[in-house]
Design a protein around this ligand. Structure first.
Ligand code: FAD
Ligand code: DLZ
Ligand code: SF4
Length: 512
């Protein structure tokens, strides 16, 4: 018999490792293990979502006639690790082969390969074909390039999949409609109400388990409204396409107090855990354009996130790990301020964004990039600490997608492999794209003084601190031209102000 080992982010019936399963002989192994629930201090809702979705998936497999060996977190003999549980399951079932789909994270793959060397049971690891591009396909594209750019990779993906193509040309005559997608939200806009799902008995039980076992982890556990089954995730997809996709493009970069989701898909936890596939989500969006329900700027912008960015960051992860995680191109060394966990800061944009995450285990892309990310970049926070935070607090966070976004896109710690410039911004950007500044004790307008938005001094301080490394970057030519006009006194004043502000930030909970 074969043992089919399915991980918590592989909850797809048509998974490569389940496709040729013989239900009469083979057994599916699924395990809840302490190491996965603790390798970062995950948001409570993230743990509930994964464990409940795993339990529902196991039920579904049984309903389909499969035999499932399911190890619960509370089982007394649970060894607490993937490898320990794999070894115990091999002793129970004596399989001739263990069949898996490639894990999403490098650390898990490394452990599996090490395990294989210690056993005489064959381990077959199959390509994860839920992605459009194989690792090999990305390697072919990346070969010989000193830096990568998403846009060019994305065009190849469009050509290869035929998505939004008219023969050899992109539909609408251009590849990218991003210039239409940067509008702030009008004051009178009524944001669609989001579909949330009532916890059933299984989810209720898991909520109690997580509340009990992880009481001090980040975030509220309730209200819990995530889908934990494919059926509900499909309803969430329909809801997005119907009610939100038409507004997705225009307001993709907008932020609003108390509105965590706006017009975003809120589908990443389902895509990443396997409840939905990238292909079906892209097809649904393309059909919405074909039948006139959503405009092309929204549909192209949305599909680019999945067919472009999602595939691109995964490609970089597998191409460059494990060395990728250890670079620190801007020599960032400050510890992570405590407010990232507590949300207690006078900077209203950070307070609101972190509050949204605590409530929902979600934050949209611009909050991640231009609020919490921008602060970490400008403040020079040590990459590993920022990465741990991002991996912990979002329901959709897995290292293959989190790491390139944080290490490369936000922190520029890879020296420009992923992005052509750091996304550094002063308070004016946040003011333009959100209503946060109106409720803040600071203001983005004054250049200095008590009232001045900390992002302003931090922005110039960042440019000064990294002048040697960044001033030759053509995409930063304008800010460096402006900086060149500053007197020595003004520069010294900025550095002193920013340093004093950063030194005043608490880095511990106060209980230590
Ligand atoms: P939408 O904005 O509606 O986009 C649709 C889909 O496109 C998403 O569901 C997602 O699958 C994909 N997508 C969009 N942007 C990206 C991107 N930059 N990289 C990869 N996929 C993308 N995404 C994660 O799935 N997990 C993470 O851990 C994660 N960490 C991030 C950390 C930082 C600092 C930044 C800047 C981005 C991160 N992203 C991550 C990407 C993106 O912010 C989220 O995918 C998105 O906010 C999820 O919400 P949504 O489903 O409403 O997405
Ligand atoms: C994130 C997570 C958590 C919290 N718990 C489990 C678990 O108990 N069992 C499991 O199979 N997977 C879990 N996961 C998802 C894994 O971390 C993920 O499958 C690996 O990191 C590979 O991407
Ligand atoms: Fe954020 Fe500055 Fe605006 Fe306050 S003034 S909300 S700190 S950008």
């Amino acid at each position: 018999m074969n043992l089919r080992f399915v991980l918590g982010d592989q909850l797809t019936l048509n998974l490569a490792s389940l496709r040729d399963m013989d239900p009469a002989h083979d057994v599916v192994l699924m395990v809840e293990v302490a190491t996965e629930t603790t390798y970062v201090p995950h948001h409570k809702q993230k743990i509930v979502l994964i464990l409940s979705a795993m339990r529902h998936f196991a039920e579904k497999l049984r309903h389909e006639g499969y035999t499932v060996d399911y190890v619960h977190l509370t089982d007394p003999d649970n060894t607490g690790s993937f490898m320990g549980e794999l070894a115990r399951a091999c002793a129970r079932h004596t399989p001739s082969r263990v069949i898996m789909t490639q894990p999403g994270e490098w650390r898990v793959l490394a452990n599996l390969e090490a395990w294989e060397r210690t056993t005489n049971i064959a381990l077959e690891i199959r390509e994860d074909d839920r992605f459009f591009a194989t690792r090999q396909r990305f390697r072919e594209w990346a070969e010989g390039r000193a830096s990568y750019r998403m846009e060019f990779f994305y065009r190849e993906m469009r050509r290869e999949t035929g998505i939004l193509m008219d023969g050899k040309d992109p539909v609408g005559g251009q590849w990218n409609f991003d210039h239409d997608n940067r509008k702030p939200l009008p004051k009178e806009a009524v944001v669609p109400e989001r579909l949330r799902f009532e916890p059933d008995t299984i989810t209720r039980y898991v909520i109690t388990l997580v509340a009990d076992r992880f009481p001090d982890n980040f975030g509220r556990i309730e209200p819990f409204g995530w889908a934990v089954t494919r059926e509900d995730a499909l309803d969430a997809l329909d809801h997005f396409i119907e009610d939100c996709l038409p507004g997705f493009g225009d307001y993709q970069d907008a932020m609003k107090t108390g509105e965590a989701f706006l017009y975003h898909a809120v589908l990443s936890p389902y895509l990443n855990s396997g409840l939905l596939t990238a292909r079906e989500v892209c097809d649904a969006a393309e059909n919405a354009w074909k039948n006139g329900h959503a405009p092309l700027n929204a549909v192209e912008g949305f599909i680019r996130q999945i067919l472009g960015w999602r595939e691109y960051v995964r490609g970089i992860y597998w191409e460059r790990m494990p060395a990728y995680a250890s670079t620190n191109a801007l020599d960032a060394t400050r510890p992570l301020p405590w407010f990232y966990w507590s949300g207690e800061t006078d900077m209203n944009c950070l307070k609101q964004s972190i509050g949204d995450i605590a409530r929902t285990a979600y934050g949209h892309h611009i909050q991640r990039l231009m609020v919490t990310g921008n602060f970490a970049l400008l403040a020079g926070i040590r990459p590993a600490e920022v990465e741990e935070w991002y991996l912990a607090v979002y329901a959709d966070a897995y290292e293959w997608v989190e790491l390139p976004n944080v290490h490369g896109m936000v922190l520029f710690a890879d020296g420009g492999l992923l992005a052509s410039k750091p996304y550094a911004a002063s308070g004016a950007y946040i003011d333009r794209m959100s209503d946060y500044c109106g409720g803040c004790r600071y203001s983005p307008k004054p250049k200095k003084g008590e009232e001045s938005c900390p992002f302003n001094a931090l922005y110039w301080n960042f440019l000064i601190r990294n002048e040697k490394k960044l001033s030759a970057n053509p995409r930063l030519a304008m800010p460096y031209r402006n900086l060149a006009r500053f007197s020595e006194e003004k520069r010294a004043e900025i550095v002193a102000g920013a340093t004093q502000f950063l030194d005043s930030l608490s880095i511990s909970s106060g209980s230590e």
